[in-house]
Write a protein that binds this ligand. Structure first.
Ligand code: BGC
Length: 751
C-alpha cells in the first residue's frame, strides 16, 4: 500500500511514494455550488453566534452530523476517493448547499501551503515557525500569517491547519521547527499573532496539537503525565495566550494521551481548560486519526472527527438517537463550527479558487522574515560582516543549490522540484527537500570579484584542502527533521561535526551556517570564528543568509530555545520510548470507501513523566539545575552593541520602563527581554520571561522602552481555586539582552 502519508505510521510505512492525481480529470468533474439564496442569517449586523443559531434551527439531524466529521483521507492516501468539490487539501467537510453553508476545505499550512505542486500551484515556503519565533516580532508573525492566508485564499482553501504551539520540552522533537520555542509567553505571543494575520485574510485558522504532543516518538500512544499546576504554567499557557490573541477558529487536539485519557477525549483538557477556562469559542477537531470513541469523545468536548467518520458519522447519529449523546451537544459542535465560519468571513466572502498566487510578494515577505530570524551566535574578532574576501570556500548541505526545509505535513513543495534530488511531482513523505534559493549564488553576488568555490562536504580532507586555500570558509551544516520522527540525539547527523572540525583546523576564518529544525550540539564551537543559526530559512533563505553574512542586514534575532552542550544536560537524556520495539496493532479506518481494520506498526503504550520538568522547560530547567548550556534562550549577537540603563518598575509591577542605547557604529534592532523572579513562596528556582520588545536604533541613538507586564505572567496557577494567583511578596524584575545577561535589576512588592 502506498501512502502520501499515513498518520501514526512508523517511518518504515510512511516513507512511500507520492500520489500524482490526474488533476485535469478531477477539476473537470468538480461540480459547482448552487446559486445563492437569501437566508435569515445573511444579516451581517447579527453576531456570528446569532447567525449560527439561526442556521442550526433549519438543519436536519443528518446535516448536523455531516458538519462534524471529515470525508476521508482523500488526497492524503493513494486510492482513496476524492470528494468532487474537495480542493485536494488535508481534509474536506461537506457544506450544506440548501442552506448556503460552504464546504470546509482545509490545507496543512504550518510554514506555507502544502500539496500545491500536484495541482501546478505555487506556495511560498516561509522560514520555520521556530525560526520566525527567533525574531520576537509579533508584526513579523502577522505578516507570516498573512502570506499563508493570502495564498490559501488564492488556492481556494477556507481553512488553514498549522499554528503549532507545543513548547520545546523535547529539543529532539521532529516537529520543533513547526512550533515556536520553549517559552510559553514567546511561543503564545508569536503563534497568536501569526493566527491573527491569517484570520485577517478571512481564512479560518487553527492551533495545534493540543496538548503535550511534545515528541513524535510514540505520539499516537504515549501518555504524558503532568500535574495541572505545571501544565497550566507551561504548555497550556502557550495555548491560552495564542487563543487570547487570535480567537482561532479551531484547536486540533493531539494524538497522545494526557494524564491517562487521549487528548481528543480528555474532559479536563477540552471541556474544562480549553472551553471553560480559556473561553475558546471555536471548535475542537481531532488530529488525523486521533479520535478514539464516540460517546466519550463527544461528551469530553471533541467537536469534529478528522479526517473520517468512524466515530462522529453514523455512530454519533446512533448515539444521539439512543440518548447517549444529547442532541444539544451535537448542536453545540455545529454552533462552534458555524460561528467560526461566520466570524472568519468565509460564508460572506468565500475564497475564489484558482486565482494566481503572487510568488514575488511571497518571496519578499519570506526573505524579510528570514532576515529577522537568523541568529548570530558567535563572531570572533568581528570576522563578520565579511569584508570582500578574495576567495570563499562554500562547503556542504547543497549550499550551491538551495536551502533545507522541514518534512511531514508541514512540507511545502519546492518550485521546480527538490534541487538536491529532482523528480517529478510534489515532495514525498519523509524526503529531505532543498528549495531553490542558493546561498552560494547570493554570496557570489555580494563578492563579485571573489573566487567562490563549492565543495559538497562529503569528504573531510577535500573540504579542508579547499578551506586551506581560501581566505574564508563557510560550512553549511544541516539537521533534516520530519513529522513522525525524532532525532535520536542533539548531534548533527552524518558526521558533520567532524567535517566542521576538519575545516576549522585548516582555516581560522571558518564560519558555520546551521540549517536545523531545532537546537543541536556544537562540539566545535570553540574552533570556529563565526556561527549563524539559519533554521529552515525558507524560499528567501539564500538571499537572507548572504545579506547577514555581508552586513546588508544587521542580525537581530535571538534564540527561542536553549542549546544544550550535550544530551546528558536535558531533562530526558534520551527521547522517551525511542528504544521500544514496534508492535502490530489494528486501527479502524475507511480505505478506498470501505470501513476496515487496518494493520499498523506502532510502539506499545508507555508513559512520559513530565513532572520531572514540571513547568521548568528550557532555560528554566538549566537555571534551576544550575547547568551551563552552550547557548541560552534569548541569546543572539549583532554587528553593533547596546547598553541598558534606567530601569523603572511601576508600583504594582504592571509596567516597566528602561533605556536602550546603540553604542556601536551600525544601525540595529535590539530585542530587549524582561524577566521576573517570583517571591520565595512560589518555590521557583528560575525566572520567567514576562515581556519583550524589538527596539530599532540608529548608531548612538537611545530610546525609552515602556512595557506592560500581564499579571498572569507573574502569577502561579492555584489548583484548588482553579485560577491564577498573584502571590504576596517581593518580585524581582530583570532586564537585558538575554536570559543570562540581565544588567538591570529592580523589583516590586505585592501586598
Ligand atoms: C498531523 C497534523 C496534520 C494532519 C493532516 C497529522 O498527522 O499531526 O499536524 O495537520 O496530519 O495532514
Amino acid at each position: 500500500m502506498k501512502f502520501v502519508k499515513f498518520r501514526n505510521s512508523l517511518p518504515v510505512i510512511a516513507l512511500t511514494a507520492v500520489l500524482v492525481m490526474p488533476m485535469a480529470t478531477i477539476h473537470a468533474q468538480r461540480p459547482s455550488r448552487p446559486a445563492p439564496q437569501h437566508h435569515a442569517w445573511d444579516d451581517k449586523s447579527m453576531s456570528p453566534d446569532q447567525r449560527a443559531d439561526l442556521v442550526i434551527k433549519e438543519m436536519t439531524l443528518d446535516e448536523k452530523i455531516q458538519l462534524v466529521h471529515g470525508t476521508g483521507w482523500g488526497a492524503l492516501r493513494e486510492g482513496d476517493p476524492i470528494p468532487p468539490r474537495s480542493n485536494l487539501g488535508a481534509s474536506y467537510v461537506l457544506g450544506i448547499d440548501r442552506l448556503g453553508i460552504p464546504d470546509i476545505n482545509m490545507a496543512d499550512s504550518a510554514v506555507g501551503v502544502r500539496l500545491a505542486a500536484n495541482q501546478s500551484r505555487y506556495a511560498t515556503l516561509l522560514p520555520s515557525t521556530l525560526g520566525a519565533a527567533s525574531s520576537w516580532d509579533p508584526h513579523g508573525a502577522q505578516l507570516y500569517g498573512s502570506v499563508i492566508g493570502r495564498e490559501l485564499r488564492a488556492q481556494g482553501y477556507n481553512m488553514s491547519i498549522g499554528g503549532g504551539v507545543d513548547i520545546t520540552r523535547e529539543p529532539r522533537n521532529g516537529r520543533n521547527f513547526e512550533y515556536a520555542g520553549e517559552d510559553p509567553v514567546l511561543a503564545g505571543t508569536m503563534t497568536g499573532n501569526l493566527m491573527k494575520g491569517l484570520l485577517a485574510q478571512q481564512v479560518m485558522s487553527d492551533i495545534k496539537h493540543y496538548a503535550f504532543n511534545d515528541q513524535e516518538t510514540g505520539r499516537d500512544i504515549l501518555n504524558a503525565n503532568i500535574a495541572h499546576k505545571a501544565a497550566r504554567e507551561s504548555d497550556l499557557l502557550a495555548f491560552e495566550i495564542s487563543i487570547g490573541i487570535a480567537e482561532p477558529s479551531g484547536v486540533m487536539c493531539a494524538y497522545n494521551r494526557v494524564n491517562g485519557d487521549y487528548a481528543c477525549e480528555n474532559d479536563w483538557l477540552l471541556n474544562q481548560v480549553l472551553k471553560k477556562d480559556f473561553g475558546f469559542k471555536g471548535w475542537v477537531l481531532s488530529d488525523w486519526g486521533g479520535t478514539h470513541s464516540t460517546v466519550k469523545a463527544a461528551l469530553a468536548g471533541l467537536d469534529q472527527e478528522m479526517p473520517e467518520d468512524i466515530y462522529f458519522g453514523p455512530a454519533l447519529k446512533d448515539a444521539v438517537e439512543k440518548g447517549q449523546v444529547p442532541l444539544s451537544r451535537v448542536e453545540e459542535m455545529d454552533h462552534r463550527i458555524l460561528r467560526s465560519m461566520f466570524a472568519a468571513g468565509v460564508i460572506d466572502n468565500p475564497p475564489m479558487p484558482r486565482s494566481v498566487v503572487d510568488p514575488f510578494k511571497g518571496l519578499e515577505d519570506g526573505q524579510h522574515i528570514a532576515e529577522e530570524s537568523i541568529v548570530l551566535l558567535k563572531n570572533s574578532g568581528n570576522l563578520l560582516p565579511l569584508k570582500t574576501p578574495g576567495s570563499i570556500a562554500i562547503i556542504g548541505s547543497h549550499a550551491d543549490k538551495g536551502v533545507l526545509s522541514g518534512g511531514g505535513s508541514a512540507q511545502v513543495d519546492p518550485p521546480g522540484g527538490n534541487v538536491a534530488d529532482p523528480h517529478p511531482g510534489g515532495a514525498r513523505w519523509g524526503e529531505t527537500v532543498y528549495f531553490p534559493s542558493s546561498p552560494m549564488k547570493y554570496i557570489q553576488k555580494h563578492a563579485p570579484n571573489a573566487k567562490v568555490v563549492f565543495n559538497p562536504g562529503t569528504e573531510n580532507a577535500s573540504a579542508a584542502a579547499l578551506a586551506k586555500s581560501s581566505a574564508v570558509a563557510i560550512v553549511f551544516v544541516n539537521q533534516p527533521m520530519y513529522e513522525s520522527h525524532d532525532a535520536r540525539t542533539l548531534s548533527l547527523p552524518d558526521n558533520q561535526d567532524a567535517l566542521v572540525s576538519a575545516v576549522a583546523a585548516a582555516n581560522p576564518h571558518t564560519i558555520v551556517v546551521l540549517e536545523t529544525g531545532g537546537p543541536v550540539t556544537m562540539p566545535w564551537a570553540d574552533q570556529v570564528a563565526g556561527i549563524l543559526e539559519a533554521w529552515f530559512p525558507g524560499i528567501g533563505g539564500g538571499q537572507a543568509i548572504a545579506n547577514l553574512l555581508f552586513g546588508d542586514v544587521n542580525p537581530s534575532a535571538k534564540l527561542p530555545v536553549t542549546f544544550a552542550k550535550s544530551d546528558s544536560q536535558l531533562a530526558f537524556p534520551e527521547v522517551p520510548g525511542i528504544d521500544l520495539k514496534p508492535v502490530q496493532i489494528q486501527v479502524p479506518t475507511v480505505m478506498r470507501g470501505q470501513r476496515i481494520m487496518h494493520n499498523e506498526m506502532r510502539l506499545p503504550p508507555f508513559d512520559v513523566d513530565y513532572n520531572i520538568q514540571g513547568a521548568k522547560v528550557g532555560y528554566k530547567w538549566f537555571e534551576s539545575k544550575q547547568i551551563q548550556p552552550l547557548f541560552w534562550f534569548g541569546f543572539g549577537l549583532s554587528y553593533t552593541s547596546y547598553e541598558y540603563s534606567g530601569l523603572k518598575v511601576g508600583d504594582n509591577g504592571q509596567e516597566v520602563g528602561f533605556e536602550v542605547k546603540n553604542t556601536g557604529n551600525s544601525a540595529g534592532t535590539e530585542i530587549a527581554e524582561v524577566y521576573a523572579a517570583l517571591p520565595a513562596a512560589a518555590g521557583e528556582s528560575y525566572k520567567r520571561l514576562v515581556a519583550f520588545d524589538r527596539v530599532e536604533l540608529a548608531p548612538g541613538e537611545s530610546k525609552t522602552v515602556t512595557l506592560k507586564i500581564d499579571p498572569k505572567y507573574v502569577s502561579v496557577f492555584n489548583e484548588q481555586q482553579n485560577g491564577w494567583q498573584l502571590l504576596p511578596g517581593d518580585y524581582k524584575v530583570l532586564v537585558g539582552p538575554s536570559s543570562t545577561e540581565t544588567p538591570l535589576t529592580g523589583g516590586f512588592h505585592v501586598q
